[in-house]
Write a protein that binds this ligand. Structure first.
Ligand code: PRE
Length: 284
């Protein structure tokens, strides 16, 4: 089985897939989240793994938007991974890293370390990379750049960088949810040894024309069936200012009665409903 992931080597996504999947898989890195997903659609790989949400910074909007608007893949699993961000430099700058002028990383990694950067490196400029691994690889290839990178310990090893500050993320509880994507919504991930923490169903709901209490009615369809929601988030529909869709995570797997009943009720109210997936959630 071939798995596309947000690469290059030693990103957090790489850490997640290499810990989660067994040895008989081939891991194939792609540079951007859309490329990771397109690889499955083009049948270059069988499964895609991409980041969806971080506990400190919230959703990875590119993943959500691509999944909703551009893609036909389904979420077939979720992996929650602890995230530790470190500051690293090319070894030739190890002793004078305090004179660094730029910090380079993925936007989510930078956002997870805002307080640290504000307090300890207030004058540096920030540059964004497609992933933490891509930033680490760049600095390895460009020792002449007076830059530091925010990335994980594996990246420091892979790209031969020196960690000058460990654990610079602003809050201890720093976890990211990665999703496993497949074209077939009934695809089952083989998993023998990981810690399964629950089941989820993710829906995308569009409201009928804006009217008083529309969202309240949507939420009632879940509430009176005692379907617990673990997330509700609005994203622009990209059709006009004020047009939103809602991404709703239900803390149960698809059943024959309750979730289909809630969906029918929403459709009767004039809502559009798309099922992004019904899947097991694992914690590493
Ligand atoms: O850049 C990486 O290493 C990624 O895997 C991406 C990503 C993200 O998009 O949130 C994943 C986990 C961390 O939260 C920071 C960055």
């Amino acid at each position: 089985m071939k798995i596309s992931y947000l690469g290059p080597k030693a990103t957090f996504t790489h850490l997640a897939v290499s810990k989660f999947f067994e040895n008989d898989v081939k891991l194939v890195p792609y540079r951007t989240i859309p490329h990771v997903m397109d690889a499955v659609v083009k049948q270059e790989t069988n499964i895609a793994v991409v980041p969806l949400e971080n506990a400190l910074e919230g959703s990875v909007n590119l993943t959500i938007d691509y999944l909703i608007h551009e893609n036909t893949l389904h979420i077939v699993g979720e992996i929650v991974v602890p995230i530790k961000q470190h500051l690293m430099v090319h070894p030739c700058r190890k002793d004078d890293w305090k004179k660094i002028e730029k910090v380079f990383s993925h936007s989510h990694a930078i956002a997870q370390c805002h307080k640290f950067l504000h307090e300890h490196m207030p004058d540096v400029s920030i540059e964004y990379a497609t992933s933490t691994g891509a930033a680490a690889e760049y600095i390895h290839q460009h020792p002449e750049e007076n830059m530091a990178v925010i990335a994980n310990e594996l990246a420091a090893k892979e790209y031969d960088l020196a960690i000058v500050k460990y654990n610079i993320h602003d809050y201890d509880y720093n976890h990211t949810r990665f999703v496993i994507l497949h074209p077939d919504q009934d695809f089952q991930i083989e998993n023998n040894h990981h810690n399964k923490v629950g089941e989820k169903t993710t829906l995308v709901v569009t409201l009928p024309t804006d009217h008083v209490g529309a969202l309240h009615q949507v939420l009632s369809a879940f509430a009176w069936r005692k379907l617990n929601l673990s997330k509700i988030e609005s994203r622009p529909m990209k059709t006009g200012l004020g047009d939103y869709l809602f991404i709703i995570d239900i803390e149960s797997k698809m059943d024959d009665v309750l979730i289909p009943g809630a969906i029918q009720e929403l459709e009767a109210l004039g809502c559009g409903v798309k099922i992004l997936g019904s899947f097991p959630a694992y914690k590493l």
